[in-house]
Design a protein around this ligand. Sequence first.
Ligand SMILES: [Zn+2]
Length: 331
Amino acid sequence: MTVKAQQYPWMLAPARRLLQDMARLPHALLLTGPYGLGKTAFAAHMAEMLFCGHPDSAALSVCGQCQNCRLLAAGTHPDLQWVAPAEAGKAIIIDQIRALAEFLHLRPHIGLRKIVVFAPAEAMNTNAANALLKLLEEPPPDSLLMLVSSDPARLPGTVRSRCQRLTFPLPARDEALAWLRTAEGFPGGEAELLLDLAGGAPLRALELAREGFLPVRNDLLADLEALGNGKTDPVSCAARWKAHGTRRCLEWLEGGVMDLIRGSMAGSPGTRTNPDLRERLHVLQKRLDLNQLFRFLETVTGGRRLLGGPLDELLLVEDILIRWTRLARQK
Ligand SMILES: [Zn+2]
């Protein structure tokens, strides 16, 4: 696996800070912050800057000509390793960490140091994390480990505490919108809708657009309405939601329920994440009980956090939609 280095405008200041003091670069960095900011591309960019023989530290760009740059561009730099699950959704396993130990104890081939990027680091299973812990306890010389994680709570505290943490905040809304409009060409209204649905994370917004998620929300809301009216059942809905992608459906549901809660508390059809669905959400909101909505939100949030674990996704969504059906049919 290799990830293309990118310089997103909201990542420039942290990059500058990190590169300013190369002498004090730690052995291990934990790059955290919400999903969809470009943390992995940031790690790739840092690797480029650290390997290049003639980097431009003002422009934060590399020469593109030296041996390091050419090997990086070809994805064959011998001093850089990426550690990722063999398949999406699977774990990083101990064999991958063991192979790394050998790599790290050799001297750098052509660079000044060896760099390893773990992405997503929280995919490490317990055995792999324990093996990594040994490396972190006695860091091999001339090496930099970068752990990229949007969910660092899933890493053992012992691993986290041995890394210097760099947390990326969400970019300012204006900056993210400007990027979606100019760099990616989304019209103004659509950029706002996507960014709100993505919780403010610009690359997540881009991903939602590429996945064609905007129209999917209509189907999800129609299912919620139909469940309340007894026109469909949770089991067939759950199968549809799984086909749409469980994670993004539950993320949307979480935002939608927060919209309903906000609307309910304000006594008006307030919606931050689905302004185009305002009227339909308002109709729904009028027959829901606020206390029960809060409880349902906990269920959705809890369920979303279980994703990626050993649980059966379909059963999880079924359970959530059964609870929704009870909630929506009460009044
Ligand atoms: Zn170079």
